[in-house]
Design a protein around this ligand. Sequence first.
Ligand SMILES: *Cc1c(COP(=O)(O)O)cnc(C)c1O
Length: 449
Amino acid sequence: MSKEQQPDLEAGLLNQLRQKQPLLWLNDGLQDDVQPTPGLDPAVAEQRLARYSAPLTQLFPELAATGGRLSSALQPVPKAQSALQEAVHMPDPARAGRQGQEGGAWLLKRDDALPVAGSIKARGGFHEVLSLAERLTAEAGQPIAQGDPMQLCSDPVRELLGRHALSVGSTGNLGMSIGLIGRGLGFQVAVHMSADAKQWKKERLRRHGITVVEHSGDYAAAVDAGRQEAASSKTIHFVDDERSPHLFLGYAAAANELVRQLQEQGRRVDAEHPLFVYLPCGVGGAPGGIAYGLKLHFGRHVHCFFAEPTAAPCMLVQLAAGAGKPVSVYDIGLDNKTEADGLAVGLASPLVAPIMAKMLSGVFTVSDDTLFQDAYLLAQQEGILLEPSAAAALRGPLWLCETRSGQDYLAARGLARYMGHATHVIWSTGGSLVPAQEHAKFQARGARR
Ligand SMILES: *Cc1c(COP(=O)(O)O)cnc(C)c1O
């Protein structure tokens, strides 16, 4: 790499990133004033998802329990909280007497248990595939967006959708989501998998009649292959994880669900009751959409942080380098090699990064060892089984409350004195479809210290 191509990152930060030292980076570009991006209204996605709740219940019986709505629990994790807080306090004798639970409540948002897809990708996936079904049926003169929504499960509509194919590039979970939802609605589906995709995901997709194309390259290469396949055909539709506004808005619709759950649990969000949300980030669509929806709702009272692998901090690198041109983790000498499914992404979404440039509070990085340890800790303390990537956000509150840069963030906003009634939402993102054998391997690695 020549000197001219060096991304414009501060030398100390660049050094730490290259050495894969976990760190919390704060976003200087964060603005207090929150503006929606024209054309991106989360209410559109909420209404679309609500409209099809009845046919979706028929097509996906797992949705019956929630009346055809996607939703996941918001669950306190007090034992994991205490265990991690104590571990962090130990080295400092002056603080050894402090008990856990100070600094507010830790809640786990259980998108690892979302129905159908078993990961956060269910949110974007349902909205993307429904939007496409609306467009194709409208173009064919049988618009399902008008009249009875149950037309979605009618024979003529299924036949029509069956003449179309979805194509998607994925490290695994997006393929599972688009594959299972797309097949459910009657589409043909081809999933282009990157080299790091897990064997069991490929097998599961094939069992559901989904074509799996294996690639030797990384996530971006798999996406590219899917894009090219679709470009050559009128009946193949590419689901673009790097740029799709439909995926983004599907994720953003999660914000209102969280708003309702916080109300139900009696947790206020205002100037004296700050809300902190920690989200695992791959290309940025899922965490970006959710952060966007939450910022539109709570404004400066919600503080969103992304968690990224030390080997693949693509959003951090893009935001720290500033707007203008795409900068990847390869550009700073990282290899994008991580066990964190869904997070092994070298280049951030060009749709999402500019939006996050103004809304995101910061990004912290996590080593693979910590992911496995934290997946183990959650299983031991709370009986919750996650895939390692889904545990990436667990230490967010510690980064904020227990490190110099985190405390600087709180001090700059006069938040330190309100932390006793803060709410920390740790977004968990995948795990419920992972076979028991795979969980056993994750746990064994996490148990080794
Ligand atoms: C995809 C994924 C993410 C992140 O979503 P992006 O839209 O890629 O940023 C986080 N966790 C899991 C388990 C995922 O599959």
